[in-house]
Design a protein around this ligand. Sequence first.
Ligand SMILES: [Zn+2]
Length: 273
Amino acid sequence: MGAPFFRSPDALLQDLGITEPEELDVRAIAQHCGATILYKPLEGCAARITGNEDRAIIAIDSNSRIERQRFSAGHELGHWMFDRGKMSLFSCEEKIFLKEWSSTNPETRANRYASDLLMPVTMFKPRAKAFTRMDFDTAKSLAKTFTTSLTATAIRLVEHGPLPAMLICSSASGIQWSVRGDGGKTLWAQAPGPNTYAYDILHDLEDDASGDVDASAWFDHPVAEGSYIHEHSIRSYQGLVLSLLWWRDEAMLIKLDEYEEERAARRSDSWPR
Ligand SMILES: [Zn+2]
């Protein structure tokens, strides 16, 4: 039994004839889906949704920034689409929007929905393509176009931008989460070492720093030896540092593909016959 009520972000945009970022009025979109958005000061959460089978009320914290409010609204609309009937109430804290990206649960799904709604790939990709750097300046510029938060936009950039890249969130205790584009799917970053810009920010030497770094400062992997990557790191909330790593020259990623292929071949050779 599928839920006939469910509308994907793309379907909604088509319903409403929305084709430009400035037309992405999340309040009107929610109303179209039977969910009324109210803005008021909230205690202890960024947004919440209450609803029955047909109608929902989404409350958004009016004290948060407009970018956050929009994303929260998209996120709650995601709950309304996916978790309708199962939910009597979702109350979503701000930290969810920052952390729930790498696992699979209702919060990740709601974040994904918000992202697809507020930064539709068909609008995002062509605009991202105009940039030649996968850094936070690019992310900021796109965030302004879509009125979205820097973190959500940087994730989108990594997934749909013109060059292979990764977004890594670290704290003093190590990597908190990371989002990887297609090119680096088999690379896992290690806690940022002294030769990274993220390290300088974690040690309060800088707030915002960028440049070329030795890939082995981030990746404990044979293909990282002797390769350089671009890094832009910035201070985020609550002791967290966000780093965008990207490759202009894809030689290292080509080496990575070859390495993985060889390893797979070796593995199948050693299978007992
Ligand atoms: Zn939620």
